[in-house]
Every structure is written in structure tokens, then in C-alpha cells.
Design a protein around this ligand. Sequence first.
Ligand SMILES: Cc1ncc(COP(=O)(O)O)c(C=O)c1O
Length: 392
Amino acid sequence: MSDSATNDGDGAATGGPASGPGEGTRAVRAGLPEPVKHEPTLPGPVFAAHFHLPGDPTGPYTYGRDENPTWTHLERAIGELEAPGRTDVETLVFASGMAAISSVLFSQLRAGDTAVLPDDGYQALPLVRAQLEAYGIEVRTAPTGRDAQLDVLDGAKLLWIETPSNPGLDVCDVQRLAEAAHARGALVAVDNTLATPLGQRPLELGADFSVASGTKQLTGHGDVLLGYVAGRDAEAMTAVRRWRKIVGAIPGPMEAWLAHRSIATLQLRVDRQDATALKVAEALRGRPEVTGLRYPGLPEDPSHKIASQQMRRYGSVVSFTLPSRARADRFLDALHLVEGATSFGGVRSTAERRGRWGGDAVPEGFIRLSVGAEDPDDLVADLLRALDETAG
Ligand SMILES: Cc1ncc(COP(=O)(O)O)c(C=O)c1O
């Protein structure tokens, strides 16, 4: 692992021997049941719509929309990474990140309540906003950077934070915002998708919920849709669980098992990908055609100061802008090692011109690059070659 892959100098602790097993050890063992002779280390997916249930319907496993043993193992694994050593945190898995996000917002808010959302977050949030407003919930938005959400907190019931934000990669001070929100009686949820639980632990920073799309770097192979909510408020989590039951946005057992299998390599992948992301950002910053370069791990990045205090790794996404839409499209076409695709966090690098979706407030030449697990030198060479070939 490169020194720069893990923020073990000026910022948050990496979780080594002083605080129990290290992160790699915890990741490979996360959520595993006690060994049973002749049984596999990680039990296979349990495909069951219902479970044998004669007599009184007592749990834990009754009906497949409510519980499944494969989810139980995965929920333990995610909980051990989001909240190591804590027994007061409950984790629930969902069919997708959006299912997880919706479960928090729609289970906690009622008509007449006010929610504060970021105005620069994941591009489905405006759709969520419209739905909340249709249910009579007031929604205020403010940018992630410079903790601007602080200014619109008065009277809010719930604060939704996305840090680093997607795709702009701004970072806000979770602890500061959570204290201000709690002082006003508001719950705090953090979208932890981009950082992963090995990048930051929102619950330790004071959030009530850490919510994420497991579709991205948590599972990392671009083959699973998944989401989760980890929360420390038992009553709030009961409502989230009830929401999952009534909406039925549950992951399939195969997806849950694949996700758990992927978590064993999470530390390997984030260390590799995040270290390469920094190298890529360093290589791009010298290029005259690149503007608006963002990576929270770059010392000169506007997000670096707060990121270095609350994050242990800076993520695998780099964003930047090329002079025009045409140049950006030519550049993306010229890449050999970077697939044109949306999403991020996978072992194979992907990139896209974000403006093609129309939802984000970004320039036409804005590119979101997700750095994969390729050899760093190969990737940097491919990016620089594509820039050279499409110049002029
Ligand atoms: C920050 C963030 N949160 C949530 C989501 C939604 O996740 P999913 O696609 O798994 O529903 C995404 C998807 O890109 C995302 O980038």
C-alpha cells in the first residue's frame, strides 16, 4: 500500500492494533458466522420465499420479504465496518442505494416536516425532493461545500448530507453539521457511498444514519445493485425496517451473498484504487487543458483540509473539466483502459461526461472518472495519451 492511500498522518485513525484488529483483518472476516465443521466459511445464498413455520409465527426467519439468513450475515459485515465494536448499531440491506435512501427519508418525515438536502448531491435527489414535496414535506437545499447546509437548518426534522458529494467531490464537516442539527432536534443522515466505511465512519462523526449505495465501491465489481442503512437510533431503525417491509425493496439472496463475498477484498481494492486515484489526479493537474480538477486527497483541493480530518481514505473518483463537450467526448472515445459507463467504484476504470444526463449543474466538458484496480502506470499513460491524441 502506498503511504498516500491511507490518511494516517494528519487525520482520523486508521484502526490498527491499538483499536483492535486492523481494517484488512476486519474486512476479510466481516460478518462470518462461527466456524462449523463441514460447513463453508461464508454460507451460500439462502433462496427462500418462506421458511418452515409451524405453530406460532416466531422469528427470526418467517417470510422472505422480512428476513433472510444471507442478509443477516451481510448486515453484520457492513455493521462491523461502519461501527466497529458497537452493539447499538443496526444495519439493514436494501435492493439498491435509492431504496436505502428512500427508506430513511420516507420513514422519518411526515407532512409538515422540513428536510434539508444537498443541492449538489446524487442526481436522483431532485426526484426524491419532488416526491417529498408532493407528500407535504418542505425541502430546503444548500451546497455541500463550506458547510452551507448549516444556514438552512432552523426548524428542520432531518438533515441529509452527501460527502464527498457526487459528482463535484465537495466535502463538508459532518461533526459540525451533526452537532448543529442535533441542537435543533433534527436527525442526521450521511450518504457514505463515495467514501465507503473504510473511507469514513459517519456514525462516529455523530450522524444517526450512515446510508450508502453498495452498488459502487463497497461491492466493486459492477455486477450488483445494493443499498444499506446503518443506524444508531433504535426507534428510527424500527421505522426504516417497517418501510423495507411495506415497500418490499429487498435485495435478492444472490446479490446479498455476492456483496458479502466482495467485502472480503474491500480494503485491498480501496487501497489500490484510492492510491491510483491520487496518482491520476497528480498527473492531470499538470495538463493545461484540464480545469476544475477535484480530488479530496490532493493537498491543494478545496476539500482537503476537512477531508484529511474526517476521512481515512479519499475515494476512487476524480473529476475535472475539458474545454468543450466535443473535446471531452473525443477524449473518452480515445481511452483504451477506461470504459465509458456511469456508476463508479468498480475494479475496472470507468468515465463519463456527466453533462450527458442533464441533471448535474456541471460544465459540458465535465468528466467524472472512476479509478479502477489497473496498474497505476498503465492507467496514467492511457489518460495522458488520450489527452495528447485529442488535443487541437
Ligand atoms: C452518492 C450516491 N448515492 C446513492 C446512489 C444510488 O445508488 P443505487 O444506484 O444503488 O440506487 C448513487 C448512485 O450513483 C450515488 O452516487
